[in-house]
Design a protein around this ligand. Structure first.
Ligand code: CIR
Length: 281
């Protein structure tokens, strides 16, 4: 694990420790259940280990004891080719999470930010080629999506809003498999919203399987979804099983626990102006 900057890794996975207040997390679609904090931390470590085995340098931020959802680092930023857009989470309890992430990302990217009245969660932003699909969730409002659109269009990226059903974020409904292909749960998002993209549906009875993490030529897939994993393997994809069951009680999936940044140069200080980094996928 890397706790400080200074190396020159090709692929960085920014993560954040599971905080002690996880039991007070935001919940929208699930009922509150008891958490086993030790088990959540073990599973999170195993997730980081899987990323390391795939060649990522894991850069782990310390937990914030006053931010129950801080482990779900994905929601705090959207990393584009030359800029990291610091999000403004839709849940007010989560807004304190962004500052340490911004400080870390400033080593590799210039920063921009979503400003009030905009709200945006990174879990609502799914990049596929030159398009950013942005979920119409309870967390990301029109003002936030519009601010992202301006930043993205200036960089040649299109922004397409996508309606959702019965789920927290767009990436609870669909994620990238790489190569322009998406895994999606048709009960949560209309595949037509992704016009032109090849859609692989999750296996019946496995709606939460839609959240996989494509990284370094592999697909991290939760062990709770074996039928979807088999489906991906039959497509020739390399599936890496990880157990996300404890953090799933907090409505977190596999993408939520990292921000993957790809590049060839890392600065040795947080004030770097390096522009050679690109987002993964
Ligand atoms: C929340 O409701 O904000 C957290 N309990 C779960 C966030 C999961 N993040 C994600 O899907 N990107």
């Amino acid at each position: 694990m890397v706790e400080a900057r200074g190396e020159t890794p090709a692929l960085v996975a920014l993560t954040r420790e599971v905080g002690p207040a996880l039991a007070d997390c935001e919940l929208t679609y699930r009922s509150r259940e008891p958490f086993d904090l030790g088990r959540a931390r073990e599973q999170h470590r195993a997730y980081e280990d899987a990323l390391e085995r795939l060649g990522c340098t894991v850069h782990r931020l310390p937990a914030d004891p006053d931010a129950p959802d801080c482990v779900f680092v994905e929601d705090t930023a959207v990393v584009l080719d030359d800029v990291a857009v610091i999000a403004r989470p839709g849940a007010a309890s989560r807004r304190r999470e962004t500052a340490p992430v911004a400080a870390a990302l400033s080593a590799w990217r210039d920063l921009a930010s979503i400003e009030p009245p905009g709200t945006l969660d990174g879990g609502d932003v799914l990049r596929c080629g030159d398009t950013l699909f942005v979920g119409r969730s309870t967390r990301t409002n029109d003002a936030g999506a519009e601010q992202l659109r301006r930043l993205a269009e200036a960089r040649g990226l299109a922004v397409v809003r996508v309606p959702l059903r019965d789920c927290l974020h767009l990436k609870s409904a669909a994620t990238s498999l790489g190569g322009g292909r998406l895994l999606a749960c048709p009960d949560r998002v209309d595949p037509a919203a992704f016009a032109g993209r090849e859609i692989v549906p999750v296996a019946p009875g496995e709606p939460d399987a839609a959240n996989v993490l494509a990284v370094a030529g592999a697909i991290l897939c939760d062990v709770r979804f074996p039928a979807t994993a088999r489906r991906l393997e039959r497509l020739g994809l390399r599936v890496v099983p990880v157990d996300g069951s404890e953090l799933a009680k907090a409505e977190g999936g596999l993408t939520c626990c990292s921000i993957v940044v790809e590049g060839s140069t890392q600065s040795s200080t947080a004030t770097s102006t390096s522009k050679q980094w690109r987002p993964a996928g």
